[in-house]
Design a protein. Structure first.
Length: 282
């Protein structure tokens, strides 16, 4: 649905129409007239879906946008929108690259694969099911939102981990403020050039070939067999491994000792997978 042959498809997910409108105008996106259940806008190689507020709605919109892509390796997905920040040293209107996402309800962590070189500040973010105010909720990270974990789990089901990005614009420092649509527009318009540079860089990064040497492929295959990984875990392991090899310009020989590990149940498998993933994200 969203793939133009020979180009990198860019799929943007926002929660609010106020967040989407400056992007729609900037890219000249047009609303799909035949689609009524989703607010879908597109033009050429860019598509945008307005999900609504909340991680479930974000996951549904992301699934809708990515489920039928014909070339996952040539598709990037970006969750873009406002977020709260408890660190008052970070200025309002700052565009931030999210390098870790925590789901507050499950306490589960997700790690975007930071392969792309960029100049944006980085931070971790926690996704809550409800609005968060200062001194009223336990905060797990500097940034908070209500969509990122849903977007991330859905998008990594369909496209490679290294093609998934989460960019957040700081709108408040967790005060009980009603966001003014005019203010939202101003803040997003102010960061549009930076946003465009980022997604263009993401397109160039995605267009690279990422071959895996025979020895490294053999190591990954043996790990998958020894640990009896699920299909999803196999994809996660491969994505983390590719990111590690690109960053460090080295092979995967250091993973060989894990061949000797004996995995008795799912809990041990998950724990060992967590350890290996942590090493590959170093």
């Amino acid at each position: 649905m969203f793939i133009i042959i020979g180009t990198i498809a860019k799929v943007i997910i926002t929660a609010l129409h106020e967040e989407a409108r400056p992007l729609i105008e900037k890219f000249g996106l047009k609303k799909a007239p035949h689609i009524h259940r989703m607010a879908l806008y597109s033009r050429d190689d860019i598509s945008l879906v307005v999900s609504g507020v909340g991680k479930v709605k974000s996951a549904i919109a992301t699934t809708y946008a990515l489920a039928n892509v014909k070339s996952p390796e040539n598709t990037i997905a970006i969750n873009f929108g406002l977020c709260g920040c408890r660190d008052t040293r970070r200025p309002l209107g700052e565009l931030v690259f999210i390098n870790k996402i925590t789901d507050a309800a499950t306490n589960r962590d997700y790690y975007p694969e930071v392969i792309l070189k960029h100049n944006l500040p980085e931070a971790s973010l926690t996704t809550f099911d409800n609005h968060v105010l200062k001194n009223r909720n336990l905060i797990f990270s500097d940034m908070v939102d209500m969509e990122a974990s849903g977007f991330f789990t859905a998008s990594t089901t369909f496209i490679p981990l290294e093609n998934v990005y989460c960019l957040k614009l700081i709108s408040d420092h967790l005060e009980d403020l009603k966001l003014d649509p005019h203010m939202v527009r101003e803040k997003i318009e102010a960061c549009l050039d930076t946003f465009i540079v980022f997604i263009n860089s993401g397109s160039k990064s995605t267009s690279r070939t990422l071959p895996i040497a025979a020895n490294d492929a053999s190591i990954l295959k043996q790990l998958c067999e020894v640990l009896n990984l699920t299909i999803t875990q196999q994809h996660q392991l491969r994505d983390h491994a590719i990111g590690y090899m690109i960053r460090h310009k080295t092979n995967l020989d250091f993973l060989s000792p894990y061949f000797k590990q004996e995995v008795k149940d799912k809990a041990e498998r998950s724990q060992l997978m967590k350890i290996i993933s942590h090493e590959l994200r170093a």
